[in-house]
Ligand binder design. Sequence first.
Ligand code: EPU
Length: 421
Amino acid sequence: MDKILVHGGHKLNGTIRISGSKNSALPILAAALLTKEPVTIHHVPDLSDIHYMLQILASLGCEVERASGTVTIRAEKIITEAPYEIVRKMRASVCVLGPLLGREKEATVSLPGGCVIGDRPIDLHLKGFQALGAAHRIDAGNVKVFAGELKGGVVNLRGKFGPTVLGTDNVMMAAVLADGVTVIESAAAEPEVVDLANFLNAMGAKIEGAGTRRIIIEGVKELHGAEHEVIPDRIEAGTYLVAGAIAGEKVTLKRVRPEHLEAVTEQLRSAGYQIETSDSSMTIHGNGEPKSLQITTEPYPGFPTDMQAQMCALLAKNSGISVVTDTIFPQRFMHVSELKRMGADIELNNGTAIVKGVERLGGAPVMASDLRASAALVLAGLHADGVTEVNRVYHIDRGYELIDDKLNQLGAHIERVKVKG
Ligand code: EPU
């Protein structure tokens, strides 16, 4: 298990390249199950979550080849039961359910438990499958979905915390091979859903409306092989924009889609930072302390829950009083107690953090608890005095390709230390 030591106070300057999106790549790789022909995916980030997904696909019978950022998958003969040992490591394994159900009319995956960011039910995924005519059974910790045949249907995927991203992906992947037309109402409109729909259409699917709240899918008999480039990771990009705000003089990101980051750039601009954008690059000027902000997470195009922790790290120092509310995962505030160990003044109340910017943060040993909380601790370390020791770094490696190398490339001073055991 590694730990990361962040030596605070170093200025960031320069250019880095943003990796392919984890949350796009995961369902896109799973979609390879929908065809017997090979698919080739470019810009697949080198992350532990991606390795788990490739292991799951291999265990389902896929031939998987990987050469740097390009993955080729051939799902000629597959089985429909994903092994618990790998599935339990990653909640996103649930997105093999849709393509297996679509192609083989049955799928079994172990039921994801809760995770530190909150309860993670899949009731909406199951509701969507049911609308296509599938039943489900929960047995010995596994969920099995099955259907004699899949028929297009109408389903509303809005839950009490808004639309579901992977639920929308799953239902879309099952519906592409169903008989007739499926309409998903209150669909998630995240860019990752659009990326998946574009890939499925390249495989011969007929999907319209991805990126809006209504997706219409006309089932086809079969899909064929295709080649696809995964979109840049907007959350990785957003995290480095916050790094630029915290410690940057001038930080430029290449291979980004600024239009996917509008809610984030709007908040950073309100906090006083100057951001310039072009078609595929963004530059932030870290000109001083942040002004206080009011942030509420919302489904896309609103402010992403996946950027909430990083903003708390920014606002923790010299910012006045900010109010940060997470409406999607109201329990997703594990970073708060760790930031407080670094001297932050943050009060938590029912999914809302009141962040009172302090004059000084101090390095401390802190514990990473989930991916974005861990990233927030590294960011906080950039403007803390002394050394911040972030333990349980495997959480960061789930979603950030070479975060220490990329920040060091900009002038940060970060060490990765191997810890035995
Ligand atoms: N929900 C339900 N029922 C369901 C599914 C979801 O009530 O059947 C609730 C969830 O508990 C949550 C809300 O609906 O309160 C939204 O959850 P969603 O289903 O959209 O989350 P997800 O699809 O499981 C993806 C990302 C998350 C990201 C969320 C929200 C992937 C692999 N994961 O999860 O990313 O936070 O959407 O945008 O795409 C991350 O990258 O750090 C991460 C956690």
